[in-house]
Write a protein that binds this ligand. Structure first.
Ligand code: GRF
Length: 424
């Protein structure tokens, strides 16, 4: 996607302890124009004799040593000294590239989600020191390296990139370590490029890699990449339902509550039909966020009420309970065979270049005489879908509902478009 803008370079510091070959590979990549969203502000070492300090200076990057031995067993004091230098330089991201100190919450807490570490094994195997040697001694057939976010657990944070290396006949720990190091020099620039371009999203232990510009398209082919998709709703139930319906697609799903860009403000839903309302929401949120956006609008059409509440379903009364009570009241004297109704849903998917896909789903049924079931939401407790033995949509459970509902059918019809869009 060559026409996406590159974000302004992010102020990054590298922490080292020794020879600094990983640092050197980062600085070489920067020199070659490969890390356009990263600016190396500073290199820090706990060891004043670290060769990496000279490498930094040769590349014109300020290099500072803060010797831990001056802090006599006060790890936190040492980290506070480092932190104050980082903060004085407005450092946004930190890379641990062979920084051989166990971190305390002082640094980890200050750079949560913004600090990377490179480790010379396939974590969680062989954490701690001499990962390469541990792997060789254990006798594994495959080892490699891992770049991960730093958390309080040593070498235990969410994994960003791993690269594998075979163990060969005749290897010894040094030969294996050298082969791993060559992969480290690819993995670390790749992970940092993803981080500083804003392409990583941490979801528990999982790191989603969002689609976007890359300096390393070939290396990225080996990684799972997702398309960010905004569901234009603040209704967490609805977003969860849609997420479940789209399981298996390479998507990173956001609700309007989960994005950090400001939204469009109040969106008027005054179109004459569901599709029009879904389109108003999709366009407003797509334009405000720049993301692919999926919006829906749905309603309940009751034949005995000439199709009401229809497009007014969510405005028929103030709360869900009042809406259901009002509906049952209006239908009090209507016999069972005349209580036919349908749920209708329109979905509009909008892309950043005005691409649009629309789909519609319908679920036929009847209106009950009283509410039942405690699943679902909205009118689900008073709607009895055809063919389910008089059970309400709220009693059927999410598995059935997410297969047969009007929304499920509309989303299912959108799936081929999403499959195409999210494929590389
Ligand atoms: C690398 O093997 C790295 O994975 C580990 O420490 C070593 C640092 O090497 N954390 P260098 O200083 O980058 O050459």
């Amino acid at each position: 996607m060559p026409d996406e803008p590159v974000p302004p370079p992010r102020r990054t510091a590298v922490l080292i302890s020794g020879r600094g070959t990983n640092l050197e590979s980062l600085l070489n990549e920067k020199r070659a124009g490969k890390l356009p969203a990263t600016e190396f502000i500073l290199v820090l070492s706990n060891n004043p004799g670290a060769k990496g300090l000279d490498i930094a200076r040769e590349h014109g990057v300020p290099a500072i040593a803060i010797d831990h031995r001056g802090f006599r067993k006060d790890r936190e004091g040492h980290e506070r000294a480092i932190l104050s230098v980082l903060q004085d330089h407005d450092v946004e991201f930190v890379v641990l590239a062979g920084y051989m100190r166990v971190l305390t919450p002082v640094l980890v807490g200050a750079y949560e989600g913004r600090m990377l570490n490179i480790h010379p094994s396939l974590l969680p195997a062989f954490p701690g020191v001499r990962g390469q040697e541990q792997a060789w001694e254990y006798g594994v057939r495959v080892s490699g390296c891992t770049v991960h976010f730093v958390t309080e657990e040593m070498d235990g944070g969410p994994v960003i990139v791993q690269r594998t290396v075979p163990v060969l006949a005749g290897d010894d720990p040094d030969r294996l370590a050298a082969r791993i190091l060559r992969e480290e020099h690819k993995a670390l620039p790749l992970a940092l490029d993803l981080l500083t371009r804003g392409r990583l999203r941490i979801r528990g232990r999982h790191v989603e890699i969002l689609r976007g510009n890359s300096s390393y398209p070939l290396l990225e082919r080996e990684l799972p990449v997702s398309l960010p998709l905004l569901i234009a709703t603040g209704n967490a139930h609805k977003a969860e339902e849609i997420g479940a319906m789209l399981a298996g697609l390479p998507l990173s799903i956001y609700t309007t509550e989960q994005i950090d860009t400001p939204g469009p403000g109040e969106v008027r839903e005054d179109a004459p039909d569901y599709e029009g309302n879904a389109r108003l929401k999709a366009i407003a949120w797509q334009e405000a966020t720049g993301k692919w956006t999926l919006a829906d609008d749905s309603g309940l059409e009751v034949d005995a009420l000439d199709g009401r509440p229809g497009v007014q379903s969510s405005r028929y009364a103030a709360t869900t309970e009042e809406r259901n009570r009002k509906l049952l009241g209006e239908l009090r004297d209507v016999p069972e065979e005349k209580r036919t109704a349908r749920f209708v849903c329109s979905v509009v998917l909008r892309g950043p270049r005005g691409e649009e896909h629309t789909a519609r789903g319908v679920l036929e049924g009847r209106i009950a005489f009283e509410p039942s079931g405690d699943g679902g939401f909205g009118y689900d407790p008073v709607f009895l879908p055809d063919g389910y033995g008089g059970e309400s949509l709220a009693s059927l459970g999410p598995e059935i509902k997410n297969r047969i509902s009007h929304r499920a059918r509309a989303i299912e019809a959108t799936r081929p478009a999403l499959e195409r869009i999210s494929a590389w």
